[in-house]
Ligand binder design. Structure first.
Ligand code: ATP
Ligand code: MG
Ligand code: FE
Length: 350
């Protein structure tokens, strides 16, 4: 099937067109520059930017993919989670397109899409797959028997998300927003000189919070360390702090992901979400998966951060699996749980 996917959960207006497992084009317009001076995404600014970018981005995706709207077999759209006003722009646009074209519409979960996008890089997902979702708003370990309708959460962060920790620590180090890519770059010039804490890794925590994460203590530890250097009148070694912080995050994430694969006897690990673009995370996960005999799949960095191709990828898989189309009541649900893969399902379907 040929599916156009629309993503507007945050500050990227993404429109991707996917044919089977082939990505034809992924068009992105971002309002990130408009938010940078506020140090975070401003919801009203994002919604307005989506409104302005939507039609030109759809037109560009179709033009570059060499596809006419009438060629499409279906439309998919991020239904949640995300910023309510931003989601509404995408959902309303997708409904209008689906009605105008008389094509089926699939309201999909943004987090499931971060997992599903890997089909355009590495082909169909093994079933089951273990997924580690590490993004700006989430950090979860997911057992995924079927990405189109069966995702089970094994654990998640109990405080900050991994990406949020990167962004907050970047701010402490005086690096620009969003901080993840800046920490990644700074760390490549640094040494791991400071032993920052790995959250929820003590023996007791490994019983009660086996597959959960915590990054807020780490963020506090970094902040205190930086403040004490400043108080002592020393220059903060930004690259070393970045490398040491990054190591702490990546170590605990990959350790628990590999443990989940081993304990649930799942042979493939899929990593998705913006933090999956991180150089050190990619290298350490590969090394530990190789050691454990686990097949690792991480899409290229450009497909890890928010985009339209991920939404189209999940829509394609729903069509291939014969999932029912969503009905037009499908909501923009800012707090949609990861286990609700599809919205607007007819009531008699599971
Ligand atoms: P969610 O998917 O939970 O709704 P989101 O869509 O805002 O959140 P993504 O776009 O998936 O998040 O990811 C953005 C996050 O990824 C930001 O916190 C950003 O700092 C982080 N990030 C991006 N690139 C890197 C990198 N190279 N290293 C570390 N973090 C990164
Ligand atoms: Mg973003
Ligand atoms: Fe995301």
């Amino acid at each position: 099937p040929l599916v156009l996917g629309i993503e507007t959960s945050c500050d990227e207006t993404g429109v991707g067109i996917v044919h089977g497992t082939e990505l034809l084009f992924d068009a992105i317009a971002s309002s990130v520059d408009e938010h940078a001076r506020f140090g975070g995404v401003v919801p009203e600014v994002a919604s307005r930017a989506h409104l302005e970018a939507m039609v030109p981005t759809i037109e560009r995706a179709c033009r570059e993919a060499g596809v006419a709207l009438s060629d499409l077999d279906g439309i998919s759209v991020t239904s949640g989670p995300g910023l309510a006003g931003a989601l509404m722009v995408g959902v309303a646009s997708a409904k209008a397109l689906a009605v105008a074209l008389g094509k089926p519409l699939y309201g999909v979960n943004h987090l499931a899409s971060h997992v599903a996008v890997d089909i355009v890089e590495h082909g169909p997902l093994p079933e089951p797959t273990m997924a580690m979702l590490v993004s700006g708003g989430h950090s979860s370990l997911l057992l995924v028997p079927d990405v189109t309708h069966d995702i089970r959460s094994l654990g998640a962060t109990i405080d900050d998300a991994a990406g949020e920790a990167f962004d907050k620590v970047a701010r402490v180090l005086g690096l620009p927003f969003p901080g993840g890519p800046h920490i990644d770059r700074a760390a490549s010039d640094g040494q791991i000189t400071i032993d920052f804490p790995r959250g929820l890794s003590s023996r007791k925590d490994m019983e009660r919070h086996r597959f959960d994460f915590s990054f807020s203590g780490l963020k506090t530890a970094v902040t205190r360390w930086v403040q004490s250097e400043q108080a002592a009148g020393r220059d903060v070694p930004v690259a070393d702090v970045a490398a040491s912080f990054q190591e702490a995050v990546v170590d605990i994430l990959t350790r628990k992901a590999v443990l989940a694969c081993t304990e649930y006897d799942v042979a493939a690990l899929q990593v998705g979400g913006g933090v999956a673009a991180n150089t050190r995370l990619r290298a350490m996960t590969q090394q530990r998966c190789d050691e454990a005999g686990i097949l690792l799949r991480i899409p290229r960095p450009g497909l890890c951060t928010d985009n339209g191709a991920m939404v189209a990828s999940l829509g394609v898989q729903m069509m291939l699996k014969g999932r029912p189309a969503s009905d037009l009541s499908l909501p923009a649900d800012s707090s949609l749980p990861v286990t609700d893969v599809q919205t607007g399902l007819p009531v008699h379907v599971d």
